[in-house]
Design a protein around this ligand. Structure first.
Ligand code: ADP
Ligand code: MG
Length: 290
């Protein structure tokens, strides 16, 4: 690699909003044959909004308990729920105990009531059965919504669903990568049905769902062990270990500082079409060298 061609390439990238942290990453990008995309904030806009609130018990205060529990969480899903409460001018209650359960939800104790919000698994772990509402939950998930279950003192008390919009450019971006012969996968902590519904919208066949935050990097490792050269693309704190392990880690510029600091490349605006541009730029740069 001549230093001049690398400099020219890095400069061209920067003009387009592709920030390489060093020449070696511009050089390495053309070798990529597999791309792993985080869902929320990477494929989607990362601004989920509440679409359905379904209380299942007679409890006037249920929504207030739910909002108060989620106030302790910084998760985008929690933000969506808190914003919903603000819109409805719901009053908060003081929380005596709060605990985030990564990849699953939150637990809180408020006025001696035990509140749980999150996945089916979280409910199961607390012996709360969700089977009676499974049809309703699945139907919402098939629409691409993330359904969070609300448990109160050991019973299923409500369902709250949020939806996040796919970025306008995601489908075309994935098409471009596939045309280049690259395998593209989604990796998400969300449930399989929701993930599949989003994947269908963007014509993406490969989906790894219900991947716990600490397991995203294992997916990268697994593909690398199969001989793949992996690019991981993500925006969250959860994505950082996977970004670090990947052959090329790409952060979304609108994402968290941790993701940007860990990644080798940052896409300024978060348009995934820049991924194929980055690979082409790398290919051209390497051709000039040889
Ligand atoms: P991702 O960021 O990929 O959506 P996470 O691993 O953070 O996934 O979370 C996985 C799942 O856990 C979410 O889809 C949701 O069902 C549940 N969850 C996570 N955080 C919360 C929260 N604060 N409140 C309710 N549910 C949550
Ligand atoms: Mg994300």
């Amino acid at each position: 690699a001549t230093p001049t061609s690398i400099m020219v390439g890095t400069g061209k990238g920067a003009e387009r909003g592709i920030l390489f942290k060093g020449g070696e990453f511009l050089e390495g990008t053309h070798k990529i044959d597999t791309v792993l995309l985080d869902k929320t904030g990477t494929i989607t806009k990362g601004k989920p909004e509440v679409t359905d609130w379904i209380p299942l018990v007679e409890e006037d205060q249920l929504l207030s308990y739910l909002i108060s529990a989620e106030r302790g969480s910084e998760h985008p899903l929690a933000n969506a729920i808190v914003a919903y409460g603000e819109e409805k001018e719901i009053e908060y209650k003081e929380t005596d105990h709060f605990e985030a359960v990564p990849g699953h939800g939150v637990k809180a104790t408020i006025n001696n009531e035990n509140i749980l919000v999150g996945t089916r698994k979280l409910m199961e772990q607390h012996s709360i059965s969700t089977s009676e509402k499974e049809t309703q939950i699945s139907a919402l998930e098939s629409e691409g919504k993330t359904v969070m279950l609300v448990g109160m003192n050991g019973t299923l008390a409500g369902l709250i669903a949020v939806a996040d919009t796919v970025k306008e450019t995601s489908k075309e971006a994935i098409h471009q990568l596939k045309q280049m012969g690259i395998d593209v996968y989604m990796v998400t902590g969300d449930n399989i049905r929701t993930a599949q519904a989003i994947a269908d919208q963007i014509e993406l066949e490969g989906v790894f769902a219900e991947v716990l935050p600490e397991d995203k990097s294992d997916k990268v490792k697994q593909l690398q062990d199969e001989g793949k050269r992996v690019m991981m693309v993500g925006d969250g704190i959860n994505d950082a270990p996977a970004l670090a392990l990947a052959d090329i880690g790409v952060a979304i510029g609108t994402g968290t500082d941790v993701a940007i600091e860990t990644a080798d490349v940052t896409l300024v605006g978060g348009d995934l079409q820049l991924l194929s541009k980055a690979i082409l730029l790398s290919q051209k740069t390497m051709k000039n060298i040889r």
